[in-house]
Design a protein around this ligand. Structure first.
Ligand code: ADP
Ligand code: MG
Length: 333
């Protein structure tokens, strides 16, 4: 069925067979894999026909740690990612953790496979999403964040590359978006019924990649991790507001899916950093012309520079635009 490919990593594996590469990060490669029936861990994989395996190269990771100031060893870093992934895994909108395995040369993080891949790819493919489709995606992202924040964990790397989805065979017909004829996006056929395999609809959306995630407070005590009494005020404030970085991340993703480009961009990194620190973004014309006031209001409340005024996850989940009726919802999606 598929071209046989050999992977170095395969030599160290007996639980599953790597099939093809589906993703890549700085120190990791992600493969689609098939669990092997005679593995001693087959009980773990029973419910999975396929899995995604994040393979982390120990040598590459170690060498990156040599010149970093971080105290954590590379192994501690991976174990932290695994521990957090395990902790947050029990949510419909978080990629399920399956297993962790270490060999002489690699770490393996086994997860459920999200066959659609990155939401990023869908933005590239469709240019931008209708408000209904945007709501469908962002609502599920918000539920994932709600789950994590309730556990005192902040994701810290929310972006379209780390949002994965399960494809559905069709996009239920959505409200047609009327655009001016000079808008390059007016050519796009949105909200059309696309029957057949690979129709390209977005079904369940799940948050992935806990490599930068952090436990902020313990759920038992609701107090920050570490000694409280001697903590400096800016650290206390930092802790209190650190969950809000995910809300900013949701705001950036929402802005991007609605119009097709990110809220902050500049070729020069220092100019970009300055724009972000001032929270300088605009609803750029003509691309934002037909986007509703409700959607803009949600974006404004998420991309609020002052973390104290910025939406928290409960405020966002109560946002009128997010709760507006749409036909994706009526289709049970
Ligand atoms: P990194 O920490 O290197 O960014 P990620 O965990 O984000 O690694 O994985 C890198 C990429 O691999 C993702 O952006 C995605 O394209 C793909 N990927 C990761 N996990 C899965 C999964 N469970 N199902 C499908 N694709 C995945
Ligand atoms: Mg990633």
């Amino acid at each position: 069925e598929e071209p046989e490919e050999e992977f170095d990593e395969q030599l160290e594996l007996e639980d599953f067979k790597l099939i093809s590469r589906i993703g890549e990060g700085a120190f990791s490669r992600v493969y689609r894999a098939i669990p092997q029936p005679n593995s001693s861990k087959s009980y773990l994989y029973r419910t999975f026909q396929q899995v995604a395996v994040k393979v982390i190269n120990k040598q590459q990771l170690d060498s990156s740690h040599k010149d970093s100031k971080s105290k954590a060893t590379s192994k501690e870093q991976v174990l932290k990612e695994v521990a957090i992934h395990r902790t947050v895994s029990a949510s419909e909108n978080v990629v399920s953790f399956v297993d962790f395995h270490e060999s002489p040369n690699y770490y393996f993080i086994v997860q459920e496979l999200l066959a659609g891949g990155e939401i990023f790819g869908e933005i590239v493919r469709l240019t931008y999403f209708s408000e209904d489709l945007s709501r469908h995606v962002i609502r599920q992202l918000a539920l994932a964040v709600k789950h994590m924040h309730a556990l005192g964990i902040v994701h810290r790397d929310i972006k379209p590359e780390n949002l994965l989805f399960e494809p559905v065979d069709f996009i239920p017909s959505t409200t047609p978006v009327l655009r001016k004829s000079d808008d390059p996006r007016s050519k796009q056929d949105e909200g059309v019924f696309r029957p057949g395999v690979g129709g390209g609809g977005i079904g369940v959306v799940k948050l992935a990649d806990f490599g930068l995630s952090k436990q902020i407070y313990s759920t038992n005590t609701k107090t920050p991790c570490g000694t409280v009494g001697y903590t400096a005020p800016e650290v206390v404030k930092d802790e209190r507001y650190s969950m809000k970085v995910d809300m900013w991340g949701i705001g950036c993703v929402l802005y991007t899916v609605l119009c097709g480009f990110p809220p902050f961009y500049d070729e020069k990194i220092d100019v970009l950093t300055e724009k972000i620190s001032k929270g300088e973004f605009t609803f750029l014309r003509p691309w934002w012309d037909e986007i509703s006031e409700g959607a803009r209001n949600a974006v404004r409340n998420l991309l609020e520079v002052d973390p104290a005024k910025r939406y928290d996850i409960d405020q966002f989940l109560a946002d009128p635009w997010l709760n507006q009726y749409d036909c994706l919802r009526s289709q049970g999606l």
